[in-house]
Design a protein around this ligand. Structure first.
Ligand code: NAD
Length: 428
């Protein structure tokens, strides 16, 4: 596998940096603050293994097509690999490796006993019928069966996959293993072992972390203005959480554009993208904006919650928010991050902000292993406890080391991973 030189400066003119470049650069930045064995850092620059499989599919017209699938395992020193499965035409080995590294940091910062994994199939799911998607998923599960399992590697939904995909995946695995094994994947429908509150959890954690940051800077919650790019699962749940808290959510968007109300939108009245596609930009609001204009609004908090690489060297100087809370994975490029640091704009990183998703996945796995369902209230209470624990650990590093929020978060993660490596030692 070829990966680019992670120490090179990001050259955005040559396109945004890859996930693996960003992940390695963050690792090195955090390592510079810690007394970590260089061998451990070098180990963490690489995945443990990457599986590449060919997935044959019989199309509805009887023809056969071959798809390529991957599963990257980054590090399992703290527990089984954990991470999403993506169905997207741009899935690549390099992307899976980079995203699996992010999952290692995310699980460590939340102190969840999992390591980082990520995978997917190079396919446009919109071109598949439901039956084709089911057959592809079942065969992909079978191809990955030797390297996954509730104690080895636990996939979850990601772009292009969802609860139904996880249900097929779990069923295929269970049929072959001869026992119902709900703990092999998370993000399942509750009727077959999924957790209540899983769908809302990433947006909810964005809301909780934003609330903590607002309180940290002693801003008045009622006076705080918020703009959210991407009113989908993460964005809508975060926006509604903050709206309920009393903050003023003045702008939200979907892929077609943004709506704006300086007095604050009623976020419960705006349907999210999944509820009715096109309803966000079609909502009867006082003003409409483009997505680019939303990113530059003069608000207290900007939450990019749509896609990666939206805050770049090109627009970072035009961002007027005082704080950015990353709802999406990787919305800020390294160059933009440097500009925000220089301009004193606080950036709360994705690996803590949207980590409610993997945290409730962990709760789901516990419920599956114990064969005992939790009530929604318990899920939300425990999520709140875990988010506060993680936030306080990050805050301590932020204050002690005088670093950015991103560096403080990676320092917490790396310290835990490096400690585990030191303590377990190298075998043989
Ligand atoms: P989603 O599909 O539910 O919502 C995405 C929203 O972004 C939609 O409103 C869509 O219209 C909008 N959008 C899409 N492309 C856009 C563009 N180019 N410009 C502006 N808006 C655009 O997706 P989601 O599950 O909410 O995920 C959003 C982000 O959060 C992704 O980066 C995802 O990886 C990350 N994330 C999701 C979860 C999860 O469990 N859902 C967990 C952690 C991180």
């Amino acid at each position: 596998m070829t990966v680019s030189d992670p120490t090179a400066k990001p050259a955005e003119s040559a396109g945004p940096e890859s996930a693996v470049e960003t992940a390695r650069r963050q690792l090195e930045r955090a390592a510079a603050h810690l007394d970590v064995d260089a061998g451990i850092v070098e180990r963490l620059r690489h995945p443990t293994s990457v599986y590449r499989v060919t997935v044959p599919l019989e199309r509805d017209d009887g023809s056969r097509e071959m798809y390529t699938g991957y599963r990257a395992h980054h590090d399992s020193v703290r527990g089984p690999y954990k991470g999403g499965l993506r169905y997207h035409p741009d899935v690549s080995e390099e992307e899976c490796v980079g995203l699996s590294m992010w999952m290692t940091w995310k699980c460590a910062v939340m102190d969840i006993p999992f390591g980082g994994g990520k995978g997917g199939v190079v396919v446009d799911p919109k071109e598949l019928s439901a039956g084709e998607k089911e057959r592809l998923t079942r065969r992909f599960a079978e191809e990955l069966r030797p390297v996954i399992g509730p104690m080895q590697d636990i996939p979850a939904p990601d772009m292009g996959t969802g609860p139904q995909t996880m249900a097929w995946f779990m069923d295929a695995y269970s049929m072959q293993e001869g026992e119902t094994t709900p703990g092999v994947v998370t993000g399942k429908p509750p009727v077959i072992g999924g957790s209540y509150g899983r769908e809302e959890a990433p947006g909810r954690s964005v809301g909780i972390v934003t609330r903590e940051a607002i309180d940290y800077y002693e801003w008045d919650r009622e006076e705080t203005t918020v703009a959210v790019q991407g009113f989908g699962s993460v964005g809508a749940n975060a926006a509604r959480y903050l709206d309920d808290l009393g903050a003023s959510v003045v702008a939200v968007s979907d892929v077609d554009g943004a709506i704006y109300d300086s007095d604050g939108l009623d976020t419960n009245d705006v349907e999210d993208h999944d509820e009715t596609p096109g309803m966000v930009s079609g909502y009867d609001a006082p003003e409409t904006l483009t997505n680019d204009e939303l990113l530059e609004l003069d608000v207290d908090v900007l939450i990019p919650a749509a896609i990666g690489n939206v805050l770049t060297a090109e627009n970072a100087r035009d961002v007027s928010a005082d704080m950015i809370v990353e709802g999406a994975n990787g919305p800020t490029t390294s160059s933009a991050d440097e500009i925000f640091e220089e301009r004193g704009i606080h950036v709360i990183p994705d690996i803590i902000a949207n980590a409610g998703g993997v945290t409730v996945s962990y709760f789901e796995w516990l419920q599956d292993i114990n064969r005992r369902k939790w009530r929604l209230e318990r899920v939300n209470e425990e999520l709140e406890t875990e988010m506060l624990r993680a936030w306080n650990a990050v805050r301590k590093e932020y204050e002690a080391r005088n670093v950015t929020w991103r560096d403080a978060t990676y320092i917490v993660a790396l310290e835990r991973i490096a400690d585990a490596h030191e303590t377990r030692g190298l075998w043989p």
